[in-house]
Design a protein. Structure first.
Length: 280
């Protein structure tokens, strides 16, 4: 039976996946150094994601769980992990050799923090995006199993774990697969972002709908010099501003529907209350 000292610094690398047959095999291969690789597949996947993941065997374990939100899916996968340390990776991300070495060194020595962040390098249309704010992209992906993601519809983050530690190396993020996939993801995130904004009490009006997207483009493409990334940088800035527009358009429509529902409820006459009594 393994002693506590031999098991307390073991790691489970987690991938949540749905229709990721393009990426899943390479993603798993990049994590085979981990003590366990847990691939959580949405049963509604229609491609070979599950089959490809199960073909690895060994330290790769596949679990099925219906997708009910990014944060909920990640939190369920943490519960299902076998080891006390978690390395959370998306199917379109790959750890660099320096990052793997940094993680292994920390596990040997014993991590001093509860959570660690890592620099993420984003690639689009065959080019790394080094400008437009991308140089500041850091994500928390290595943490104790006791921690959980905050329950948000989109852009979920780990709760607690501060002060954060820092990992060497980087995650390579291949955000663009093809136009159909990217635009579908952009639409999905915009709708979820609008819904989350409504829950957070945000408001959408002419300024949000028209000036926020313009401000996003100016900030990303000009102020943060996204133009130095060439055409991929220009396209990314345009798509980012379009995503902001869609988010606030969704929020505006949700507000409209909410006002309409309240108006309909207020204008609906209540049923008359008829007094019932015995005749004199």
């Amino acid at each position: 039976m393994a002693s506590r000292s031999s098991t307390q610094n073991l790691l489970t690398a987690i991938i949540i996946a749905k229709n990721e047959e393009v990426h899943i095999a390479d993603a798993i291969r990049s994590l085979l150094w981990a003590h366990e690789v847990l691939v959580v597949v949405d049963p509604s996947s229609t491609d070979r994601t599950r089959e490809l993941a199960e073909s690895f065997g060994g330290n790769v374990r596949v679990a099925l769980h219906p997708f009910d939100g990014y944060a909920s899916q990640r939190n369920w996968s943490i519960e299902a992990a076998s080891h006390p340390w978690i390395f959370m990776v998306d199917a379109d991300e790959r750890p660099s050799p320096e990052l793997v070495e940094s993680l292994q060194r920390l596990l040997r020595q014993g991590p001093k923090r509860d959570a660690y962040q890592v620099y993420r390098r984003n690639f689009m249309l065959g080019r790394e995006l080094k400008y437009g704010g991308q140089a500041n992209d850091r994500v928390v992906r290595f943490f104790r199993r006791e921690l959980r993601y905050d329950v948000r519809l989109v852009h979920e983050e780990i709760r607690g774990g501060k002060p954060l530690g820092h990992l060497d190396g980087y995650l390579a993020h291949f955000t663009f697969r093809d136009w159909t996939h990217y635009l579908d993801k952009m639409h999905r995130y915009a709708v979820l972002g609008g819904q989350q904004a409504l829950l957070s009490g945000a408001k959408a009006g002419p300024v949000s709908l028209f000036l926020r997207p313009l401000a996003r483009f100016i900030k990303q493409f000009l102020w943060r010099m996204g133009f130095l990334d060439g055409m991929p940088g220009a396209l990314y800035a345009v798509l980012a501003s379009a995503s902001v527009f869609l988010k606030y358009a969704v929020l505006w429509d949700l507000q409209r529907q909410k006002r309409s529902a309240r108006s309909s409820a207020a204008s609906t006459p209540s049923s008359p209350c008829l007094a019932q009594g015995n005749p004199a």
